[in-house]
Write a protein that binds this ligand. Structure first.
Ligand code: URA
Length: 198
């Protein structure tokens, strides 16, 4: 593969390409920003959420609202910050009224996610909640059954350790879910210490 510097330059090119994306006319017309993803372009750990909400759409950065604050707190508890990881969503643009992404929109956007995986080369991909988990596994099994279980998976161009956990937004108001999410988070350092699969 190319050097870290080349990969970073290529990632910037993909970022710029995404800024003017009109593959989903309704999303392109309604968005304030394209929320490409943010963090460390050499991260071993990537988080995949669902889609930008109102705050993310305004600021152009994923997970900046309440769920993002919880994500930061949980990262801190395992000795990490946003600067150590890369955070993306399955969709780069906010669906109107925060509706679920449509299959065609996910299809249109998938190429950006695959290119991010190819260029960032994470070892562990952590899907947040049902939506990203089902999409990346290509299977309807839900997060209640899958959370906290890592598995080897081919995601587009990359073989990774996939690690589904609850979405932080779901854990904001339910104590029992927060406890589970926190316990699942505690396993992340152990997964990061395993050899890369690709
Ligand atoms: N929820 C998500 O799934 N993604 C964000 O960026 C914010 C909230």
């Amino acid at each position: 593969m190319s050097s870290a510097l080349e990969r970073r330059e290529e990632l910037k090119a993909v970022f710029h390409e995404a800024q003017s994306c009109v593959r989903c006319p309704q999303l392109a017309a309604g968005r304030t920003t394209v929320v490409f993803g943010s963090g460390n372009a050499d991260a071993d750990l990537m988080f995949v959420g669902e889609a930008p909400g109102a705050n993310e759409d305004k600021q152009g950065v994923p997970f900046v609202g309440q769920a993002g604050k919880l994500l930061d707190q949980l990262l801190g508890e395992i000795g990490l910050t946003r600067a150590d990881v890369f955070v993306v969503n399955t969709l780069k643009c906010r669906p109107p009224g925060n509706r679920d992404p449509l299959p065609q929109e996910l299809d249109n956007c998938q190429d950006y996610l695959y290119r991010q995986l190819e260029l960032i080369e994470p070892k562990v991909v952590c899907t947040l909640g049902n939506f990203a988990t089902k999409l990346l596994r290509g299977d309807p099994t839900g997060i209640t059954r899958l959370h906290g279980r890592d598995e080897e998976r081919q995601i587009g161009p990359r073989r990774v350790r996939l690690y589904p956990i609850y979405h932080p937004a779901a854990a904001l108001y339910t104590r029992s879910m927060l406890d589970i999410l926190r316990a699942d988070f505690q396993r992340i350092p152990e997964l990061l210490a395993l050899p890369a699969l690709d």
